[in-house]
Design a protein around this ligand. Structure first.
Ligand SMILES: *Cc1c(COP(=O)(O)O)cnc(C)c1O
Length: 426
């Protein structure tokens, strides 16, 4: 084929009445020109045009089958939602809802009312408020409680979470001033005590979510910090990060932190809680009320889809056994290695792969040292790219020339789909 044999953009686009047809035809012809110039075969243009259109129509945000073994995988959407939480989203957002309407009084209500009481029940807090994410929760708490004043933080807790979220930057944006105490590895209660003066508004403790300092290291306990805060009549805010509601290894729970003397805790909805993206603040009612009235609350407010999913997730926690069975993050964390191995064996038998022992991770900046025994099905590395390209992408780990499909983060119900995907990519 030579350049002048190419159809015009309009001629090619005529094959479809899709509004995206002209753009698709233009892209296909540009690539065909390029191919002809290189002396290559431009291919069957009508077929390429249909393919281009299908790609343009495909949703950009797609389902992924997570075969990485990282449970709270931030790049893959963190926590998958429980079925019951999804049902709440559909039920509450398909039509109208009482999002900000008090049905018993027949007048304006607050979106916060839908989850406040269940949050206080689950954490033992007096009050709670929910915003868009935990970064927002921290920003709001600092702005409402410490704007123009000092916040004391240990140097060992001036952390970066991921994607450039740094505690000192958030503090600066909130309008509060950072006062650093102690050293990277050792900070004592007395360091906070000495730093308190009449400009101090708040003591902040930040959970070292995604790293641990080992060796010659010391941080005061929450109870010690609380004693210092009380003596100075200052609130103590504990940024818990992942916000486990059940006891999970050495991850602090909101209830334990409040019981140990934190006045407020904040945590994510989509890390170990296993719900939607959200930031939850719980604790003393007078402090929560200040957050509620701050103008940033409106800017950071949680949307109705997330709120519905959060309520649906929290309702499962009223019965902890039900939460462990139905909240996917908890199920994956707690699943015995034998069950994971059985799944890997089933997948390996279906696709002709090999079972490989692996180590799964909690991810999401939680329990960084926690290794979960796991098993993967190993297949050829060349499958990695085509598996990622599918409508329902399969993402695994490439290691030593093979693709490992870790079965801790795959559900039983997803196994047939993964097997079919592998077969179709060969
Ligand atoms: C993850 C994390 C955050 C940020 O939470 P997002 O919900 O991702 O906004 C803040 N603080 C700590 C300690 C964290 O681990």
């Amino acid at each position: 084929m030579v350049l002048r044999d190419l159809p015009s953009v309009d001629e090619l686009a005529r094959a479809s009445d899709d509004p995206l047809a002209v753009d698709a035809a233009r892209a296909v012809i540009a690539r065909a020109r390029e191919a002809i110039r290189r002396g290559a075969d431009p291919g069957e243009l009508t077929a390429l045009f249909q393919e281009e259109l299908a790609t343009a129509r495909r949703p950009a945000l797609r389902r992924v089958l997570n075969a990485t073994g990282v449970i709270v995988h931030t790049n893959l959407g963190r926590a998958p939602l429980a079925g019951a939480a999804l049902e709440r989203v559909i039920e509450a957002t398909r039509g109208y809802s009482n999002l900000e309407y008090d049905l018993s009084e027949g007048r304006r209500g607050s979106r916060q009312d839908h989850v406040a009481s269940i949050l206080t029940r689950l954490t033992g807090a007096e009050a709670a408020i929910v915003v868009n994410n935990n970064a927002g929760a921290l920003l709001l708490a600092l702005a409402a409680l410490a704007e123009g004043r000092d916040v004391i933080v240990s140097r060992g807790e001036l952390i970066e979470i991921g994607d450039g979220f740094r505690i000192p930057d958030v503090l600066a944006r909130s309008g509060a001033r950072l006062v650093e105490v102690g050293t990277t590895n050792r900070t004592r209660a007395a360091d906070y005590e000495k730093a308190i003066d009449d400009r101090t508004a708040l003591l902040l403790r930040v959970h070292q979510s995604n790293f641990r300092v080992v060796g010659f290291a010391e941080q005061p306990s929450l109870a010690e910090l609380s004693t210092v805060a009380r003596a100075g009549s200052l609130p103590l805010l504990d940024d818990l990060g992942s916000g486990a509601l059940l006891d999970l290894s050495d991850e602090p729970t909101a209830r334990a932190s409040l019981a140990a003397g934190a006045d407020l805790v904040c945590y994510s909805g989509d890390k170990l809680l296993g719900g939607p993206q959200a930031g939850i603040v719980a604790g003393r009612a007078d402090l929560v009320e200040r957050l509620r009235r701050h103008p940033l609350h409106r800017a950071l407010r949680i949307d109705k889809l997330s709120l519905a999913a959060l309520e649906g997730t929290l309702l499962l926690y009223l019965d902890p056994e039900r939460a462990v069975a139905e909240v996917p993050v908890l199920r994956m964390l707690r699943e015995p290695a034998d069950a994971v191995r059985a799944r890997a064996e089933r997948l390996a038998a279906a696709v002709g792969g090999e079972v490989e022992e692996t180590v799964a991770r909690v991810g999401g900046g939680a329990l960084p040292l926690h290794e979960l025994p796991s098993f993967a099905c190993a297949v050829e590395e060349s499958l990695a790219a085509p598996l990622r390209e599918r409508d329902h992408a399969v993402v695994g780990i490439v290691r030593d020339g093979r693709l490992l499909l870790d079965c801790r983060t795959l559900a039983d119900a997803e196994l047939d789909e993964v097997a079919a995907a592998v077969a179709s990519c060969r």
